[in-house]
Design a protein around this ligand. Sequence first.
Ligand code: IMP
Ligand code: MG
Length: 190
Amino acid sequence: MADSPRRPDLAADVAEVLITEEQIQAKVRELGARLSADYGAEELTLVSVLKGSLPFMADLMRAMKTPVRIDLMEVSSYGGATTETSGLVRIIKDLSASIEGRDVVIVEDIIDTGLTLNYLLRYLRGKNPRSLRICALLDKPARRLVEIQIDYLGFTIPDQFVVGYGLDFAEFYRNLPFIGVLRPEVYEQA
Ligand code: IMP
Ligand code: MG
């Protein structure tokens, strides 16, 4: 089904707040400080993976003192409104500048099966950056299919479908300022 007739009710559709706005902001400041300490005054390119990482990237870059450039990629690994990964990764939007010889950190919202990042890592390594690291806000290790080394991690979460702070279900809920667990009825009805 392409479109659900059900209208999202942002507040009511969340069963439980898993990570509060305050917890997210504290963690982002901590990650920003770690990145600033590691990269210092070196130039760094942050590559955000749209659309889920948009708020994380926006907050993280402002928590950093390092001179950063940003670039945006958009990939798709999910078909439509499902909560299961298809294993298929497609580049919808590519980098806009070369990363050859540059220090690069991929900024991701969540690592679930790891298939998306595994693909992206290979793709970006092929562009010959000087270094390539991963900064992920959330890690859901229960469903991992490929091993990924996460250099900077916010939170490890249980095997639940979460929304908010960039994360969506069927393109909604991204603007919630916290991370919450979606009521199963919401995606079971979709
Ligand atoms: P992976 O390829 O399975 O690691 O999937 C990563 C992508 O799946 C993320 O960038 C999200 O877009 C999406 N994703 C995985 N788990 C969740 C979730 O709990 N809520 C919302 N999106 C998710
Ligand atoms: Mg994503």
